[in-house]
Design a protein around this ligand. Structure first.
Ligand code: LLP
Length: 387
């Protein structure tokens, strides 16, 4: 990922910054698109993973739709050039203002997360003389076997309509004249690496697809969400996730009824490996028990390690002095919190002030989760085709 030319270009840049490898991004997007097209599957990219303009332009040009979770994300998608007919709007807490805006943009569909929300969308659509397409997000109670903060499809999670509420949901739908039920929607969690989880999801979707069919609802869309994980431990060995294996699960186990489309909402898998956070060592503290590398990037630039104890590979860029032994460092940021730590006991070549450090696999849920805590600078970024 980082050859001598790239490192030389970095050395002139102010740090920290997000580096995006535009070539790898495009290869990843093309690979995913080809794999999805094989089965006629439609992917709406989850903007929440990364809404950087360059990233979004590449996603849009490749032919993906947009999965948005706020009015601002819908607005962003429209501005970038996603067709409104290829934008879906999800989220447990859509405000009236956001619903109105999305209706006025004539987006493809709302993924609705409660019976109450159905009534609100119906009322707003009625006021505006519109008919809203909706997919019901159903909580399938399937365990994603991932970090509990990013598990979403269990009964204890706040997301979606529980199965015991479905009777009330269809009664409500029968009363709502400004809503068209087009499908059912699921999302069980993120960073899922065991593909059997998706097989369990398919079995659940099939059951519910039949349930709606038996009650006279003809669903056009089965939306199975996102969640495909990436390899944080070996970013160079697996720069592109195995999209063929992922889509094949749904092709093999999902029972589509005639005319039904299958939709996906991938985020992380499409963008993660093409991003790295590049930082400089500010200070090296050699303690009695620990050695610390204090970086100019912190949890304000990359929140995942502090929030989920997430692992990201850390590399020192540049020449390695072969004579000296590698050293265990705690790699930390400058923020006034003990959780501001990117990795403990990380084995790195002996480092000094000014060395460049890359924190890998940060293209998803990196830049977008940044904060201004400690009144930090705005995030900077560098693109591979501009250096
Ligand atoms: N669809 C829905 C309804 C979602 O809630 C999500 C992610 C996605 C699609 C996209 O999932 P993906 O393909 O990216 O796994 N900040 C956390 C991840 C939160 C994921 C939230 N929902 C992290 O840094 O790991």
């Amino acid at each position: 990922m980082f050859d001598a030319g790239r490192i030389a270009a970095f050395s002139h840049q102010e740090t920290p910054f997000y580096f995006y490898d535009i070539t790898l991004l495009q290869e990843t997007l093309d690979t995913a698109k080809r794999a999805a097209d094989e089965y006629n599957f439609r992917v709406h990219y989850a903007l929440k993973a990364n809404f950087n303009d360059r990233v979004l332009h590449a996603v849009c040009r490749t032919g993906f739709g947009a999965d948005c979770v706020s009015g601002n994300e819908v607005k962003k998608a429209v501005e970038i050039g996603f067709k409104p007919s290829e934008i879906v709007f999800a989220g447990v807490g859509k405000s009236d203002k956001e619903i109105t805006y999305a209706l006025d943009q004539n987006i493809f569909a709302f993924n609705v997360e409660s019976v109450q929300e159905l009534r609100i969308i119906d009322a707003i659509a009625g006021d505006r003389g519109k008919k809203a397409n909706v997919a019901l997000r159903i909580n399938p109670n399937v365990d994603a076997q991932t970090h509990h903060y990013i598990t979403t499809g269990l009964d204890e999670n706040k997301f979606g309509i529980a199965q015991w509420e479905l009777g009330e949901a269809i009664e409500t739908l029968r009363q709502c004249r400004h809503i068209e039920l087009i499908g059912i929607h699921f999302h069980v969690g993120s960073q899922i690496t065991d593909l059997n989880v998706f097989k369990s999801l398919c079995i659940k979707v099939n059951e519910l697809n039949n349930w709606f069919d038996e009650r006279g609802f003809r669903l056009h869309v089965l939306n199975v969400g996102g969640g495909l994980g990436v390899d944080y431990h070996q970013p160079d060995a697996t720069p592109i996730p195995d999209f063929r294996a992922y889509f094949a699960i749904f092709a093999n186990f999902l029972e589509r009824k005639p005319g039904q489309e299958v939709h996906f909402e991938l985020g992380r898998a499409l963008v993660s490996q093409s991003g790295s956070l590049i930082s400089r060592v500010l200070y090296v503290k050699n303690g009695i028990k620990k050695n610390f590398l204090i970086l100019d990037a912190g949890m304000t630039e990359l929140m995942r390690p502090a929030l989920y104890q997430a692992y990201h590979q850390i590399e020192r860029l540049g020449q390695i002095e072969t004579a000296s032994e590698p050293i265990h460092y705690d790699v930390v940021g400058p923020i006034c919190e003990s959780s501001d730590c990117f990795g403990k006991e990380v084995l790195l070549p002996k480092s000094e002030r000014g060395d460049l450090i890359a924190i890998r696999t940060t293209g998803a849920y990196g830049e977008v989760m940044a904060s201004r805590y400690n009144l930090r600078n705005e995030i900077r970024y560098v693109y591979s085709d501009e250096i």
